[in-house]
Every structure is written in C-alpha cells, then in structure tokens.
Design a protein around this ligand. Structure first.
Ligand SMILES: Cc1ncc(C[n+]2csc(CCO)c2C)c(N)n1
Length: 232
C-alpha cells in the first residue's frame, strides 16, 4: 500500500468526524449560522496567510528546481485563489477593516499554524508536505461529499464550489504523488515522523471546525466574561 493510502487509512476515524461535524453538515444543508461562518472566514484568512508561507518554506527546502517552482506556484495560488475568495466572503459578510485590524487568532488557529511551521522548520520537504497534505485532501473529500448539496445561502454554495472543482483536484493529486515519491526514498524513521505530522494536521482540521462552531476564545477572554457575569 502506498504511504499516502496508509496514512489516510490511519487518519480515517478523525476524517469521518470532520465529515460529520455540525459545521460541515450545516454548511451543506444551508442551516449554518452566519456568525459561525463569519468567525471561520476570519480565522481561515489568518490560517491561509501562514499556510502560504509554509508552502514557500517547502519551495526553499526542495532539492530540485522543478519542485521549488511548483511549490512557489502553490504558495502563490494560496495567496491569489484562496485569499481572494476570503476577500469576497469578507465583503459579502460585511467584515469591516476595523474588525480585521482588531483580529486575534484563536488558540486552535494559532496552534495549527504553529504545528505546520514546526514540521517545516525541523524537517525536510517530506515533513512539509506531510503536514500540509490533509489541508488539501480533506477539503477535497468534503467538496466531493457536499458537491450535490444546494444550500439556499449563496455564500455556502460558493464555498462548496471551490473545493469540488477540477482545479482543486489536480492540486491534491499532485501533492499526494509528491509525498509518495518522497516516502519511497527516505528512512523508516522519516516516514514515522511524516505520518505523525499528517495525523496531527488531521486532528487540527477537526479542531478547526470545533473552534468555529464554538466561537473559541482564549481563556483570559473567557475569564473576563465570567468575572463580568459574576459581578453583575
Ligand atoms: C483550516 C483549513 N484547512 C484547509 C483549507 C483548504 N486549503 C487551504 S490552502 C489549500 C491549498 C490550495 O490553495 C487548501 C486546500 C482551508 N482553507 N482551511
């Protein structure tokens, strides 16, 4: 069995949990509260800004120029395609410049991006791809599952359309093939580490839905709210 098939199989329980998460289900049905989606869009824009930089680290860590060029291109498409999508969402959702300026990453968005930077900093190209592959692949599978959904909310239709496109599928397939080629050439210890990055990113993908659904905040903000409730 190929490396990616093996890790995909190991990650299956947590991927299933993402497929069935209320955020994903309600998005497909069109019943997802827009407050939650709005929160998601802002956290995801932060995530994508860092994702593009991790892809650029992958470009720098590549040992052949063709791969450097491809990963640099991937970093550029994250900036252009994904972030422009988010700009559109921000407009449609009425997210203001003031809100953007006051933005703070939530614990999960911060932890997930930190995990990717760590894998990229400590490892070689295989570590970078293993950490970022679940982002592509899980969203592609979600796009496939939701592609026949017709949520009444046009914003949700647009979101689904992005991830069930052929453009997106070719990106996922390219990264799967790249990771399998690397996995064949490295040591067992490298493969184990790569597997762990893949599994941790899969866990964080689930946590990202949870974060948005629960409008996660830092503990100090929760304490302030509790103190306020207590004193009033
Ligand atoms: C939390 C989170 N995980 C994955 C994606 C999807 N995604 C982000 S960058 C990228 C590569 C291609 O542009 C893909 C597929 C997302 N938006 N947010």
């Amino acid at each position: 069995m190929s490396f990616t098939k093996e890790v995909r199989k190991k990650a299956d329980p947590i991927w299933q949990a993402s497929f069935h998460h209320p955020f994903v289900k309600e998005l497909g049905e069109g019943t997802l509260d827009l407050t939650r989606f709005r929160y998601y869009v802002m956290q995801d824009a932060y995530y994508l800004r860092h994702f593009a930089r991790v892809q650029a680290i992958g470009a720098a860590k590549s040992t052949d120029l063709a791969t450097t060029a491809r990963l640099a291109h991937h970093a550029q498409s994250t900036c252009e395609a994904e972030l422009s999508l988010h700009e559109t969402f921000a407009e449609l959702l009425g997210i203001t410049e003031e809100e953007k300026a006051a933005f703070i990453p939530a614990p999960t968005a911060y932890a997930y991006t930190s995990h990717m930077y760590r894998a990229a900093y400590e490892g070689h190209l295989g570590d970078v791809i293993a950490a970022i592959l679940p982002c592509y692949w899980l969203y592609y599978e979600i796009g496939e599952r939701l592609k026949d959904c017709k949520p009444a909310e046009p914003i949700y239709q647009k979101w689904i359309g992005t991830y069930s496109s052929d453009w997106f599928r070719s990106l996922v397939e390219e990264q799967i093939a790249r990771l399998d080629a690397i996995a064949e050439a490295v040591t067992e210890a490298d493969r184990k580490r790569m597997e762990q990055h893949f599994l941790i990113s899969s866990e964080y993908e689930y946590e990202f839905w949870e974060m948005a659904y629960r409008l996660e905040t830092w503990p100090s903000a929760r304490k302030e709210i509790q103190a306020y409730v207590h004193n009033n």
